[in-house]
Design a binder for this molecule. Structure first.
Ligand code: KG4
Ligand code: ZN
Length: 354
């Protein structure tokens, strides 16, 4: 089974072709970061308009790179939510229409299921069950994943997501959007111990997160001081340390609580290298292993949507003819796919690497 997938939930337009036997045949991506940078964040209407311009050429390029035509495809998958509703609808309309014109089934994919399944594209995929730490611009969740579509939320954020905390504090430091990678780069030049920011909810039991206090703490630290590069780097370092330690301690707690020994880390913030280093030490203390998507598939992409879509199309899931998308869509409401995620049942994502 070979499918085309389209992603358009936020500020990345992407298309990919995934083959059950041959792995990932093509993935194309266009990032709108430069478009939104002047506004310090994503402008939804601009995002939608740009997806309309970019998606079809990306689909053409992906099909050409995969050496595939519509006749080689068994279905079309697209991100149906959660995300910016206008942006989602551009991808949904294109995917649904192409599938209709080509006489193929279409399936709407949950964006976060895409992030969760992204590590299955790698040569050494995680076993089920596992704990997943999903850290993106919009979400911070610890999830017990017992199979595809079998998700139990163990902990969630009460306010800002980890990526949002990176982005908001980066903005206070005058860094361009998206702030996460910029702040992380700057932090490398910071002095350890120059600042110490709170680790919210760390002293309390449970797996909930709260990151909104961090920007207030940063605001206080900066008050009445000259924003020179040294100060910025020191603050960036302390911010990153606070976020990384909070995520690591809670992830460790989730491994302890569930007794599981595999941790999947996914979503844009999983590209953060100090986070990866801290999680590696924490996992080692528990004899556990950490699994990541390759760096380029940590942030939004269509390859991960193809992986989720392939499983769901193969299980017989079909989208009706209506073009629909959902801004909000609880992960736990997804239907389970197949058995308990036996590894033999998974399509290989790695047979042909891009
Ligand atoms: O998963 P993603 O591409 O989009 C959403 O679905 O939200 O995640 C984007 C988020 C942004 O907040 C961005 O600042 C953050 O991931 N991010 C990082 C890094 N790379 C991306 N945060 C910290 N360090 C990074 N290296
Ligand atoms: Zn995402």
């Amino acid at each position: 089974m070979r499918i085309l997938a389209i992603e358009s939930s936020c500020d990345e337009s992407a298309a990919a072709v995934l083959d059950e036997a041959g792995g990932l045949l093509a993935h194309e991506l266009y990032s709108q970061i430069a478009l939104h940078r002047a506004y310090g964040g994503v402008v939804p209407e601009l995002a939608s308009r740009d997806h309309v311009r970019k998606l079809l050429p990306l689909v053409r390029r992906a099909l050409t790179a995969a050496g595939s035509g519509p006749e080689d495809l068994a279905g079309v998958a697209y991100t149906a939510g959660p995300g910016l509703i206008g942006a989602l609808l551009t991808g949904a309309a294109l995917a649904r229409s192409l599938a209709y014109a080509w006489g193929l089934p279409a399936v709407g994919v949950h964006h976060l299921e895409g992030h969760l399944l992204a590590p299955l594209l790698e040569p050494d995929p995680p076993p089920f069950p596992h704990v997943a730490l999903l850290v993106s611009g919009g979400h911070t969740q610890l999830i017990e994943v017992s199979g595809i579509g079998r998700y139990r939320i163990l902990g969630d954020t009460r306010d800002d997501a980890a990526g949002e905390a990176f982005d908001k504090t980066a903005k206070l430091l005058g860094l361009p959007y998206p702030g996460g990678p910029e702040l992380s780069r700057l932090a490398a030049a910071g002095t350890a111990g120059a600042f110490h920011f709170p680790r919210p909810m760390l002293d309390r039991p449970g797996l909930e997160f709260s990151f909104s206090g961090l920007k207030t703490a940063v605001l206080h630290a900066l008050r009445g001081r000259d924003l020179d590069i040294r100060l910025k780097a020191d603050v960036a370092r302390a911010v990153q340390e606070a976020i990384v330690e909070t995520l690591t301690v809670k992830a460790e707690r989730a491994l302890e609580q569930t007794g599981l020994q595999a941790l999947v880390v996914s979503g844009g913030v999983s590209a953060n290298l100090p986070l990866r280093a801290a999680l590696a030490s924490a996992a080692a203390r528990h004899g556990a292993r950490v699994y990541y998507p390759r760096i380029e598939f940590c942030t939004d992409n269509a390859a991960m949507i193809a992986m989720a879509g392939l499983h769901r199309l193969r299980a017989g899931e079909r989208q009706g003819l209506a073009i629909t998308a959902r801004a909000q869509w609880p992960l736990e409401s997804l239907a389970p796919v197949g058995g308990e995620g036996a590894p033999g049942e998974r399509p290989s994502g790695s047979a042909r690497r891009m």
